[in-house]
Write a protein that binds this ligand. Structure first.
Ligand code: A2P
Length: 276
């Protein structure tokens, strides 16, 4: 069985394909449509989008045009980070569904604990309000699983301690070198599944010489080592690419990194990402 057909099981029993196709920074229109179509054609069955990526319309169209039954594709979207009210969340979800042209969504996440423009702001009440709307859609069967993204333990505790449903997923930036141990431990304790966005450090990690050394030893690319590492950590990596050969390469990760080499990769520290 290809790794693209393998799944993790969330705390509510929903199955989530182990590798997802990331679509952050893939432009709405032809680029998003073609990339998602290419990923699906090459066996991906898990597509990660967001309201904030502004590409839901093309992602939805590719999923619907693919000819693959809707229930065989796992699609995620995320509530925009500045929406922190019950009514706002309800309205935004309806817009997301209209953009996609779907009858249900597989996973819907609160994109961040604070608006991107006010990182670090305390929004506990707003997150509870948004969560309440998401719980309602979940109970009505319009979303198969609900979760959060970029949440640290204190943000998770706000939901867990005050709301009915414990998030099924926390999607965080996670790649070789980035220490997410505190959040991951907290998620494990509460049976919250961790998804890893930017598994290649938005591409910058691929220049790391230590990772390249390990890649050479396995006759794999640095990207494949980065993705395999996250799978062996028990998370779901969400690599993004607009190039077919890379989309294929990123899912060709059916090999084992030894415990010794995993420990070596664990010694790598730092966040190489740049946004200029
Ligand atoms: P592109 O879309 O031009 O292929 P991340 O998934 O961590 O966000 O990283 C995405 C970045 O890494 C994108 O710039 C993407 O470029 C690049 N990328 C994705 N897969 C590969 C690969 N297998 N080899 C080299 N670069 C890659």
């Amino acid at each position: 069985m290809s790794i693209l057909q393998e799944t993790y099981t969330l705390s509510n029993g929903v199955k989530l394909p182990k590798i997802g196709f990331g679509t952050w920074q893939i432009k709405e229109g032809e680029e998003a449509y073609n990339s998602v179509m290419t990923a699906l054609k090459n066996g991906y069955r898990h597509i990660d989008s967001a309201e904030g990526y502004r590409n839901e319309t093309s992602v939805g169209r590719a999923v619907r045009d693919s000819g693959i039954p809707r229930e065989e594709i796992f699609v995620t979207s995320k509530l925009e980070s500045h929406i922190k009210t019950y009514e706002g969340a309800k309205q935004a979800f309806e817009e997301t569904m209209a953009n996609f042209g779907f009858e249900y969504l597989d996973l819907f996440l609160i994109h961040a604990p604070w608006p991107w423009s006010e990182m670090g702001k305390e929004c506990d009440e707003g997150n509870r309000e948004a969560w309440r709307a998401m719980e309602e859609f979940y109970k009505a069967g319009r979303i198969k699983a609900i979760g959060v993204s970029n949440f640290e333990p204190k943000h998770l505790d706000n939901i867990i301690g005050n709301c009915e449903i414990v998030p099924h997923v926390n999607q965080i930036g996670y790649f070789i070198g980035l220490d997410q141990s505190k959040t991951i431990e907290h998620c494990k304790k509460h049976d919250i599944f961790v998804e890893a966005y930017s598994p290649l450090g938005i591409g910058y990690l691929l220049d790391n010489e230590d990772i390249q050394k390990v890649a050479k030893k396995y006759d794999k690319s640095a990207a494949q080592i980065c993705i395999r590492y996250l799978l062996q950590k028990g998370t779901a990596p969400l690599p993004k690419s607009t190039h077919e050969h890379r989309i294929i390469e990123n899912a060709d990760v059916d090999f084992d990194i030894t415990a010794e080499d995993m420990a070596f990769l664990d010694t790598i520290k730092g966040d190489p990402r740049r946004w200029e």
